[in-house]
Ligand binder design. Structure first.
Ligand SMILES: *[C@@H]1O[C@H](CO)[C@@H](O)[C@H](O)[C@H]1NC(C)=O
Ligand SMILES: *[C@@H]1O[C@H](CO)[C@@H](O)[C@H](O)[C@H]1NC(C)=O
Ligand SMILES: *[C@@H]1O[C@H](CO)[C@@H](O)[C@H](O)[C@H]1NC(C)=O
Ligand SMILES: *[C@@H]1O[C@H](CO)[C@@H](O)[C@H](O)[C@H]1NC(C)=O
Ligand SMILES: [Zn+2]
Length: 225
């Protein structure tokens, strides 16, 4: 399947625009590396929730691509924790930002950063999320000052397939956030052939379950095998 993604770049005084051929390197990171990390965002679901097909299948990874040799350095992962914790704001992106903050400031961890150093560290980092962020998370991404923000399945696609969403695309949040420093580069619709299937079964009983899962007896949900 041909990659049909769009690459968008936003400068604090500019408009979103299609950057270039999707197979090009972006910020010196090849497409194959982007794909690797989007797959890891999908894989975060199993690690965090114990299931490859949680209902809220929103997974995130946060990576340091400052050193452009190799795949980059994984800092943390996250997945939607609403039903695990009862906290309705813990979407995958917020959970990952929380997790990374804890990892960056852990006095016994690899980084042992102060709070202000941890905040500053986000400006080096790339956030991959398997679905476009809601406006809360897109705003969180801008407050954090990420260098890059890359999503899979779009909000439009989620809405078309039955998901309730707040209908503000990330690009609008990014365009409205020009008062904040560190404009992030935004890339949409990466690897949707692998992210979409995680979101298309919930409201369509005939849609196949993600791999590792099968339909419950009454067909209403997908469950881990
Ligand atoms: C999805 O598309 C990418 C190219 O964009 C391709 O490398 C990958 O193999 C495809 N995945 C599947 C499961 O077909
Ligand atoms: C936090 O990220 C670490 C490192 O990727 C991962 O091992 C851990 O499972 C994550 N914790 C949560 C709650 O997502
Ligand atoms: C973490 O850094 C603080 C100084 O900011 C230092 O006092 C502390 O010993 C460090 N922790 C470890 C385990 O090295
Ligand atoms: C990101 O990588 C660069 C280059 O290797 C390094 O200097 C920086 O400390 C890293 N940032 C974090 C938060 O790991
Ligand atoms: Zn969100």
């Amino acid at each position: 399947m041909h990659f049909t993604g769009i690459l968008l770049s936003y400068a604090s005084v500019g408009m979103a625009f299609v950057l270039s051929d999707p197979k090009m390197s972006l910020n010196s990171i090849p497409f194959s590396t982007r794909v690797h990390w989007m797959r890891e965002a999908n894989a975060a679901l199993k690690v965090v929730t114990g299931s490859p097909c949680p209902f809220a299948a929103f997974g995130t990874v946060i990576v340091n691509h400052t050193n452009t040799d190799g795949l980059g350095d994984l800092l943390c992962i996250g997945a939607n924790e609403n039903s695990l914790t009862g906290n309705p704001t813990l979407h995958g992106e917020m959970a990952a930002i929380k997790n990374c903050t804890a990892i960056l400031t852990d006095p016994n961890g690899r980084y042992n950063l102060t709070a202000s150093e941890a905040q500053a560290a986000f400006t080096d980092l790339t956030l991959y999320t398997n679905a476009e962020s809601c406006p809360m998370c897109a705003s969180g991404i801008r407050w954090a000052g990420f260098r890059e923000y890359i999503y899979g399945t779009s909000i439009d696609r989620l809405i078309q397939t039955g998901w309730g969403q707040i209908r503000i695309p990330s690009i609008d949040v990014f365009q409205a956030s020009f008062d904040l420093p560190n404009a992030a580069r935004l890339v949409g619709n990466l690897l949707v052939n692998e992210t979409d299937p995680l979101f298309l079964w919930q409201y369509d009983p005939l849609y196949p379950c993600p791999s590792g899962c099968s339909r419950s007896e009454d067909g209403s949900t997908c469950e881990a095998n």
